[in-house]
Design a protein around this ligand. Sequence first.
Ligand code: ATP
Ligand code: MG
Ligand code: FE
Length: 354
Amino acid sequence: LLVLGIEASCDETAAAVVRRDGTGRGEILSNVVRSQLDEHRPYGGVVPEIAARAHVECLDVIVRGALDEAGVTLKDLSGIAATAGPGLNGGLVAGLVSGKALALASGTPFLAINHLEAHALTAGLTDGLSPPYLMLLVSGGHTQTLLVEGVGRYRRLGTTVDDAIGEAFDKTAKLLGLGYPGGPEVERAARGGDPKRFPLPRPMIGRAEPHFSLAGLKTAVRQRAEAAAPLADQDVADLCAAFEAAVTDIVIDRVGRAMDMAEDTFGPDRPRWLAVAGGVAANTAIAAGLGGLAQARGYQLAVPPAALCTDNGAMIAWAGAERLALGLVDGLDFAARPRWPLDPDAPAAIGAGV
Ligand code: ATP
Ligand code: MG
Ligand code: FE
């Protein structure tokens, strides 16, 4: 199967061509991404209207680039997949309409892809992983642990009751006067910092439900920063180090709890795998913490290369190929779904209490 994937749900315009062979192995033939970071940087966050316009302006070039780089034409494709949700409506509509138009014009089956499902299935493309496995998605918009039981079968274990972890990094960077996106800036500043100088809370640690909460931590950083103002570089470094250490502790505790819940699925002798996705996975301290946790709990860790951890077209194409292999296709009337939980049966995290 040869599938074109189109992604425009947030601040990356991306397209890729992926091949899936009969044994379920995947190969990336092209993977073209245009990030909108420069457009959004002056605002310190993603501005939906600017994002939608930027997607519309370059989608045709990005899709053309993905086809050319792969050396294929529309006629060669077995399917055309586009992200239908969750995400920002304007971008979703732009990407969806492009995919549908190409599918209609070429008579190719169309696949409407859930962005979270694409992140969840990426480990199959990069590491040849097959379900069941545990999945941690930590990006600017999402913080979830999922049990991937099969294509289309996902059990959400934990989610955030307020901010996503990437969002918390971005907001913390902003309040400390660092640049956007905040994650890499906070990580860089934290390198020269003392994580013990400013004690910070670790919300949710020890709770039975494996949910996350980041808002209180971010507020605590603000209070510490205000008390220490005016901030010298060393103060910022110490605050960043304390924040990063707190987030790492939270992630280890919450994922550990999700591992407890996954025990029934793995049983005594199945190999245990934890797949990680999302831009926050690039954080060295968090990655090291997850490595230690995996080792302690008898898990193997699948961390795709950064370009496939963050938003990209290859994961959309791959999710499309996996669905197509099961005979699943979607109608051209499939509408964008700005909200589209992967596991509609998951209990609302609001009830978890903060
Ligand atoms: P989604 O819609 O999937 O949530 P996104 O664009 O918000 O997409 P990603 O592109 O996967 O998410 O990741 C971006 C986020 O990752 C940003 O919030 C950024 O601050 C964070 N991030 C990137 N690098 C690091 C790092 N080294 N440490 C911590 N956070 C990081
Ligand atoms: Mg992004
Ligand atoms: Fe994403």
